[in-house]
Design a protein around this ligand. Structure first.
Ligand SMILES: Cc1ncc(COP(=O)(O)O)c(C=O)c1O
Length: 445
């Protein structure tokens, strides 16, 4: 039996409440916090708050801590680098840390071709770079994006984001030329069809209706897609979706940009989630878990496509040496500790356990995922499948108060994304509590 979690005072405790007061006074009100967890420290899969409560981290610090909090090898690499140099603008000079990180990323990214890497500081910057690379290379201006997508909040990335109206309200006009199409969300098919009888109409629709009627393919640079929708609700496309999408993209010479900011770096039991479908995207964006919490974004492209010229894109801190050594340490820890295997193993166990729980609980509509990127969708009832945002919030809050830092995504989905180092013991402790509070909330309905 695991000794975690350990709740000493019902959160938020006095010190956490004090911090929240200060936050209200000084911090931008644009952040939308899940709950007042005020972090004091983290180790492995455990996060401790300022009042001494110890939680099982079931969200990996917003899916950034795949190797766990403060992995000793990551910390040592950062400390060593701090003793050497903190910065020397990769945009204007050279250093080996950025070259080594690029070499390793090229190795682990899908695609049997030469690759080049652009480094920025965040997921949004990785996406912005991919869009500019696609424009530069193709000299085309139009793009296909997806409904419920999340690609970040800078103006270019936001043009593709289509997850919640608050993300876009009052910020128009955005980058022109992005057309959003339905994502393959089989549990709630936007076309009200059923897989596999639908015969992948969601792909043919893009071809027959979008490209052939109002988005000329000759003017279209790329399709930008998440291999598993993250903020949109941990939505997993059906088995042949990406093979078909890629075939259609190739037919019209459109680039395929794969946004792996959330799903990459081993999260799904493969280095990149798109590998589950066996296709090779032209450009891959990654960030979040790449440097274990240090700011780093990478846009990895087929070398032939990344043909822009000096001055066409750069950012002072992109490829910071401290972040790059953290990324190198993350890659070697994932390999040495066989974390892809552990993600697959623990993920399969969680899928089985939650799958069985779904059968017994009236408000669990769907359980889906790959590796340790798993969504449990909460509904008002199984027949109507009506999303249940209040219920999912209640489940998240009660789980947190009992020591599980789990968060939501989409309209009403519990997002299960613990660090890839998670043990069966901690999984069981966390699921016992999540299932327990879900049953409570279901009873109160
Ligand atoms: C798939 C995806 N792309 C892009 C982003 C944006 O990343 P960032 O917040 O680092 O800008 C996110 C963030 O959640 C994401 O999930």
């Amino acid at each position: 039996m695991s000794t975690y979690p350990k709740i000493k005072v019902t959160p938020p405790g006095p010190k956490a409440r004090e911090a929240v007061k200060k936050d209200e006074r000084f911090i931008s009100p644009s952040y939308g916090r899940f709950y007042p967890l005020v972090v004091e420290s983290g180790k492995g899969c455990i996060v401790t708050d300022v009042d001494g409560n110890e939680y099982i981290d079931f969200n990996s610090g917003l899916v950034c801590l795949n190797v766990g909090h403060n992995h000793p090898k990551v910390i040592q690499a950062i400390k060593n680098q701090c003793d050497r140099f903190l910065h020397y603008s990769n945009t204007d000079f050279y250093y080996n840390e950025v070259l080594d990180a690029a070499e390793k990323l090229a190795e682990i990214t899908p695609g049997n071709f030469d690759k080049k890497v652009y480094f920025g500081n965040s997921g949004a910057e990785a996406v912005e770079a991919s869009v500019k690379i696609a424009k530069w290379h193709t000299r085309r201006q139009l793009f296909i994006g997806f409904i419920s997508a999340f690609h970040g909040r800078t103006i270019g990335a936001l043009s593709f984001t289509a997850s919640k109206p608050t993300q876009k309200r009052y910020f128009f006009p955005l980058m022109p030329g992005v057309t959003h199409v339905p994502y393959p969300y089989c549990y709630r098919c936007p076309f009200k069809l059923t897989y596999p009888g639908c015969h992948y109409w969601c792909v043919d629709f893009i071809d027959e209706y979008v490209l052939q009627k109002y988005v000329p393919p000759e003017d279209t640079a790329a399709i930008l897609i998440e291999p598993i929708q993250g903020e949109g609700g941990y939505v997993v496309p059906p088995p042949e979706y990406f093979q078909r999408l890629k075939k259609m993209a190739d037919k019209y010479n459109l680039l395929l940009i794969d946004d792996e900011v959330q799903s990459g770096m081993g999260r799904t039991g493969k280095w990149f989630a798109i590998e589950h479908w066996g296709i090779e995207p032209d450009i891959v964006c990654t960030s979040k878990a790449l440097a274990s919490g240090m700011p780093l974004g990478a846009t990895i492209s087929n070398a032939k496509i990344m043909d822009w010229v000096p001055g066409s894109h750069a950012s002072t801190f992109g490829g910071n040496p401290v972040s790059c050594v953290a990324a190198l340490a993350v890659i070697s820890v994932i390999k040495e500790e066989k974390l892809l295997d552990n993600a697959t193993k623990q993920g399969a166990y969680i899928m089985k356990r939650l799958g069985e729980f779904k059968e017994q609980c009236d408000i669990v509509g769907d359980v889906r995922g790959k590796g340790l990127m798993i969504g449990m969708e909460i509904v008002e009832d199984k027949e109507s499948k009506k999303p249940a945002p209040k219920k999912v919030t209640e489940i998240m809050m009660r789980s947190w108060k009992r020591g599980i830092s789990v968060i939501t995504c989409g309209a009403s989905t519990i997002r299960v994304a613990p660090p890839l180092i998670i043990t069966r013991e901690l999984v069981d402790s966390a699921l016992d509590i999540i299932e327990d509070v879900t049953k409570e909330v279901a009873k109160e309905a």
